[in-house]
Design a protein around this ligand. Structure first.
Ligand SMILES: *Cc1c(COP(=O)(O)O)cnc(C)c1O
Length: 463
């Protein structure tokens, strides 16, 4: 007979409180031990530290210190997007309120595959998904694990609506779109070259004129590499004129909907059949928090599925909500809780302010780069992505600078090849980052550049 406490039930909160204290203490200590945006020393050093902390992964006798040790090791070895110099990817620092809500989701552990496992969570999901769908002019929305699953579902719904449909997308579209076409057995996608970074309406028009058969055009609102937004109204017009179905991947740019200032840049989102949103990007949610909004509710009918133990006909007729058709997954976490808690705690104004802040910050960073003779700016930011490179550096040097900063645990920058050259990428998602942090980032990049170091006056040792 075990006495190990459970997280839920009447004793749950009291059992959990000391453990949460252990976790919070280990997070604090681990973060202090790291002392920067990511651990120093590279993959070998990190793997060795984790191996030490873990020891035997499945010992014969349990170790009561395991929780503290493992959380500490993970915190000490994490890439922390709350550090202003951790700014490579669409990797967001989660809001404390969302994370606290996620704790409740883990405690209650509702599973959204049947009403009898998630009575309130399924009701909450129904309300919040419809409200978020309405933001894009859609009828309904499905909760997903992120942009990849949303894009897969969008391609699946297109395939079910139009047998033999072919995917058409720009060269800057997310890799998950062609991959979904492969997974779902669609014909080879047509990739439209995008020399200017976004889908060119004239090139798309040519492509749609040339191709026979049903087509699914996937436009992007916020490319992963540069944060560019395709000309959505023009693309929607072309899809209407050619009878093509339209999906908009707004995994990154969808967050602009919360900002009164930036929302107009997503005009025509309501003309898409499906829209991918990803609130673990510009929505400050812990992973996972994806959505796919669906304009025509009837499109969702193809996901309907019966499993007698989850949604027997007579249960559904008697009024128990049928949840199986809302996902291809079975067991499913209530990711909607943290989303709902965030939307309601911050409101449109609070979320919009976060969006405005990171967009403003990106402009300030671009201005800093532009004013610096040692750096070249790719372009003014569209959302919050800023690409730059040391002036006159080779691609190999740019790549080496990035890896040196990673290895030293000084900064996490991304990379993107655009215009045939390699750029350092910062995706600014941290609303606490200040321009001074970005000045410091530029100084770090300068010091990591072997050419710049060679230019330093005699006797000056770069640190
Ligand atoms: C991040 C991203 C995705 C993939 O989303 P995941 O949540 O990582 O699955 C898809 N499309 C775009 C444009 C993205 O930026």
């Amino acid at each position: 007979m075990t006495s190990l406490p459970l997280a839920s039930g009447p004793q749950g909160p009291d059992a959990l409180r000391p453990l949460v204290d252990v976790v919070l203490g280990a997070l604090r200590d681990g973060t202090r031990a790291r002392g920067g945006p990511l651990p120093a020393g590279g993959p070998d050093a990190v793997a060795a530290a984790v191996r030490d902390a873990l020891g035997d992964p499945l010992p014969d006798e349990g170790d009561p210190q395991a929780l503290r040790r493992l959380v500490l090791a993970l915190a000490a070895g994490t890439a922390d997007p709350a550090d202003p110099l951790c700014a490579a990817h669409l990797h967001t620092p989660p809001l404390a309120v969302a994370t606290a809500a996620d704790l409740a989701a883990s405690v209650l552990n509702p599973s959204l595959d049947s009403w009898d496992q998630a009575p309130a969570a399924s009701a909450l999901e129904a309300l919040v998904t419809r409200a978020l769908a309405a933001e894009t002019g859609a009828a309904d929305a499905l909760v997903t694990t992120g942009g990849t699953e949303s894009n897969q579902l969008a391609v699946l719904l297109a395939r079910e609506a139009h047998t033999g449909v072919r995917l058409v997308c720009g060269a800057g579209a997310h890799h998950s779109l062609p991959r979904a076409a492969w997974l779902l057995g669609l014909p080879e996608p047509v990739i439209v070259p995008t020399p200017a970074g976004t889908l060119d309406p004239a090139a798309l028009d040519d492509t749609l004129t040339r191709l026979q058969g049903p087509l699914l055009v996937a436009a992007t609102a916020g490319t992963t590499d540069a944060g560019l937004i395709d000309p959505l109204p023009d693309i929607a017009d072309l899809c209407a004129a050619h009878g093509a179905r339209l999906h908009i991947d707004a995994a990154y740019g969808g967050g602009l909907l919360f900002s009164a200032r930036h929302r107009p840049r997503l005009t025509a989102l309501d003309r898409a059949h499906t829209v991918t949103l990803d609130l673990h990007k510009l929505g400050w949610q812990p992973v996972a928090a994806g959505l796919l909004t669906v304009r025509d509710e009837a499109d969702l009918a193809v996901l309907g599925h019966r499993a007698d133990y989850l949604n027997a006909d007579d249960d559904t007729e008697a009024g128990l909500p049928d949840l199986l058709g809302r996902s291809l997954r079975t067991t499913r976490r209530p990711d909607i809780l943290k989303i709902a808690a965030t939307l309601k705690t911050l409101g449109r104004t609070g979320l919009g302010a976060l969006v405005d802040q990171v967009c403003d910050l990106a402009h300030e960073f671009a201005a800093l780069i532009d004013a610096h003779p040692g750096f070249e700016l790719y372009d003014r930011p569209t959302i919050s992505t800023v690409l730059f490179r040391p002036a006159r550096a080779s691609d190999d040097t740019v790549a080496a600078i990035r890896r040196k900063l990673l290895h030293d645990g000084r900064a996490v920058l991304g990379r993107a090849t655009l215009d045939g050259r390699l750029w350092l990428k910062t995706t600014l998602l941290n609303p606490h980052t200040r321009p001074g942090d970005l000045t410091a980032l530029l100084a770090l990049v300068e010091r990591a550049d072997p050419a710049a170091a060679a230019d330093l006056p005699e006797g000056h040792t770069p640190t």
